[in-house]
Design a protein around this ligand. Structure first.
Ligand code: PAF
Length: 277
């Protein structure tokens, strides 16, 4: 496995490797969820590149950029064990040299749901993913369904800017109590970690009601909200239901409904979602 730290070397490697390449963009501190993305990537291409970069432009001032967990030695060992071909591990100077002025924005989709409480977040995500696509030139790229809005925005950007990358979305990997795996789970105190299971419980509750024929989504949403508030100290950022393909409001002919939520446990903001068909 090669560890590449510069854009010029990454480009040289890509030019020398004519086979198919799948990219797994990450911010490191890898967990089982990331490993499932890597396994998916390996099944889609001859070579797998994992990028590890805590992207400053997707964090607003006052967010957790400085304390975001990092452990590059462990990440490299995990990637090696999974048979990754290249870890791309650039520095901030490499990715955002002095004078950097260009950003990629996917309008409308970036300003709703998570974009309401994190107004500059998705601009940072689309910018770094566009840069990674340009640098690595992958045939395919794998993202997690946990970040459902991010996945839809990246798909849109990929279409709109004609990157031609095959975007693969991998299912959410969960802890045994249902909590979606996330590097940010590490921030949770013991009590908050126990309480955080309410998020998936509330989504499961929505699934059960939906499967028993209930279609009053406002009532479902209120039930979810009550479950979370009665069983934890969480502060809900939002609970919403949208068209799973467009994030548009649900209409009578909507085929797949995405129930998605964000909530704070102390200072830690967690997100989760399910698709109801
Ligand atoms: O999902 C993430 O970890 C990040 O948003 C991504 C896609 C690696 C961009 O920094």
């Amino acid at each position: 496995m090669k560890v590449i730290k510069t854009i010029s070397e990454m480009r040289r490697w890509r030019r020398a490797n004519r086979g198919t390449v799948a990219l797994v963009p990450t911010m490191g501190f890898l967990h089982e969820g990331h490993l499932s993305l890597i396994r998916k990537a390996k099944s889609h291409a001859q070579q797998t590149v994992v990028s590890i970069y805590v992207n400053p432009t997707q964090f607003a001032p006052g967010e957790d950029l400085d304390k975001y967990p990092r452990d590059i030695e462990r990440d490299e060992a995990l990637c090696r064990a999974e048979g990754v071909d290249v870890v791309f591990y650039p520095s901030n100077e490499e990715m955002y040299p002095a004078g950097h002025k260009t950003y990629v924005v996917t309008e409308d989709l970036s300003g709703i749901l998570c974009g309401k409480s994190r107004p500059t977040h998705f601009r940072g995500v689309t910018t770094i993913v566009a840069k990674l696509f340009n640098i690595v030139q992958p045939d395919s790229a794998v993202f997690g369904q946990k970040d459902a809005q991010q996945a839809l925005i990246i798909n849109r950007m990929n279409e709109d800017l004609n990157f031609g990358v095959h975007i693969i979305i991998a299912s959410i990997v969960r802890e045994t109590d249902g909590l979606a795996m996330s590097s940010r789970n590490k921030y949770l105190s013991g009590q908050h970690r126990t309480e955080a299971a309410v998020l998936y419980q509330s989504l499961q509750m929505a699934r059960r009601e939906f499967e028993s024929g209930k279609r009053d989504f406002e009532t479902l949403k209120n039930k979810m909200q009550r479950h979370i508030l009665h069983n934890s100290s969480a502060k809900i950022d939002y609970i919403e239901y949208r068209d799973a393909e467009t994030l548009a409001p649900v209409q009578t002919d909507t085929k797949k409904i995405l129930f998605l939520l964000a909530a704070y446990f102390g200072k830690t903001r967690l997100i989760d979602n399910i698709i109801l068909k």
